[in-house]
Write a protein that binds this ligand. Structure first.
Ligand SMILES: C[S@@+](CC[C@H](N)C(=O)[O-])C[C@H]1O[C@@H](n2cnc3c(N)ncnc32)[C@H](O)[C@@H]1O
Length: 252
């Protein structure tokens, strides 16, 4: 198995170039494309000292397994591989904000969760290794650069990880559209983890039981639940809105 991951798309590669330029191993560019966006990208990468390989578009289709690569594909080293959760907890201190995803399968949902996690200043996204989609090129493309800025840490046992966090004084809040307490009924000032469930099945029983509290986002219409990334955005924004010195806009 290759030690490199694939990334594709302008957003994902420009972000990687900006945040982790030395992690880019080989860059492949569609030699048949002449448009302004590609020329601008080529100027950026060559200025950064990379020497892209010009190849046929069909080769990029095969490498990426999709035609949605925008003519740019790269082999990159994984980042955040050496980071562990203890370090994240120590460095974040009282502001700690973690998003735990209990078995998300859809790469678009994980990408969207990473994107909103980045926007709301989340310190890490945590997920059970064997039950979750990996950080694929599709995830990185949907995340629009956030896969490079927010550590995605996979763990062997999510329940054990949540208990370890609780032992360090971290407040663990599960989300469930059937919960009795509304979103605003939870405290958000202390270090905390929001736990969101998988697309079809929601939180697993043991995960649910490990949470200090479960809350629901009030639903006014007729659908039963929200997409997981939308729910994550609401919970995270609510946290930032109510925390002192929050970077999200002040409620007023
Ligand atoms: C598509 S929903 C899963 C729905 C699933 N049928 C269930 O039983 O939970 C995916 C996740 O988004 C979050 N979610 C969606 N709507 C929610 C709501 N109204 N209140 C709280 N969490 C919600 C929860 O974390 C849920 O597990």
């Amino acid at each position: 198995m290759s030690k490199f991951q694939l990334l594709y798309g302008f957003h994902a590669l420009t972000s990687r170039l900006r945040h982790h330029p030395t992690s880019i191993h080989t860059l492949y560019v569609d030699g048949e494309r002449q448009d302004a966006r590609l020329r601008e990208f080529l100027a950026q990468v060559t200025a950064a000292g990379h020497h892209p390989r010009m190849v046929a578009g069909e080769r990029l289709d095969r490498m990426a397994g999709t035609r949605r690569h925008q003519g740019v594909v790269a082999e990159v080293s994984p980042i955040h591989a050496a980071l562990d959760l203890d370090t994240v907890v120590d460095e974040a201190g009282a502001d700690l904000l973690i998003l735990a995803l209990d078995g998300i399968q859809d790469p678009h949902n994980l990408g969207a969760c990473l994107r909103v996690a980045d926007a709301m200043g989340v310190h890490a996204v945590v997920a059970p290794r064997d039950r979750s989609v990996a950080l694929t090129a599709t995830v990185a493309k949907v995340a629009s650069g956030a896969a490079d800025t927010v550590p995605y840490l996979t763990v062997t046992n999510l329940v054990r990880t949540l208990r370890d966090l609780q032992d360090h004084g971290v407040w663990v809040v599960g989300t469930d559209d059937q919960a009795e307490t509304d979103l605003e009924g939870t405290a958000v000032a202390q270090p905390m983890v929001w736990v969101l469930g998988a697309e079809g099945s929601g939180l697993r029983r043991l995960t649910r039981e490990a949470c200090d509290q479960r809350v629901r986002i009030p639903m006014l219409g007729s659908v039963e639940s929200l997409n997981v990334s939308v729910a994550a955005g609401i919970c995270l924004y609510e946290t930032r809105r109510r925390r002192p010195h929050s970077s999200a806009s002040d409620p007023g």
